[in-house]
Write a new protein. Structure first.
Length: 118
């Protein structure tokens, strides 16, 4: 049975770059279930910080976190170009373009393979 969501999309401002980004209702619900606080950084700045720490986690551009649409490479917010890296997809062997430098310690998937694994 369908239960209406108590969440609606929010526009938040990144503490690093001051760009606005969408905190999708589905992501808010996911964060609430996991007892996470609201994100303070936009997807681009989060990906950059994660890459700087060397934690790839199999993230791919446009993938989204928690099943929502506000987190990933295609949200429409975030301004300027980010550096993209090319890797071999661990799912199909094709080309995967990702916003972090793959280290080989975790799998990397192209957008198509990533979306089928969710």
């Amino acid at each position: 049975m369908y239960t209406p969501s108590t969440y609606s999309d929010k526009i938040l401002s990144c503490v690093d770059c001051n760009q606005e980004f969408v905190f999708a209702a589905t992501d808010q619900q996911f964060y609430a279930e996991k007892e996470f606080s609201e994100p303070r950084r936009c997807p681009s700045c989060r990906a950059a910080r994660k890459a700087a720490r060397g934690e790839s986690g199999g993230y791919s551009a446009g993938s989204g976190y928690g099943g929502g649409s506000g987190y990933g490479g295609g949200s429409g917010y975030g301004g300027g170009q980010r550096e993209m890296f090319t890797a071999t997809c661990d799912g199909c062997g094709g080309e995967a373009r990702v916003p972090f430098r793959p280290t080989g310690s975790k799998p990397v998937y192209c957008s198509n393979c990533f979306s089928t694994r969710r």
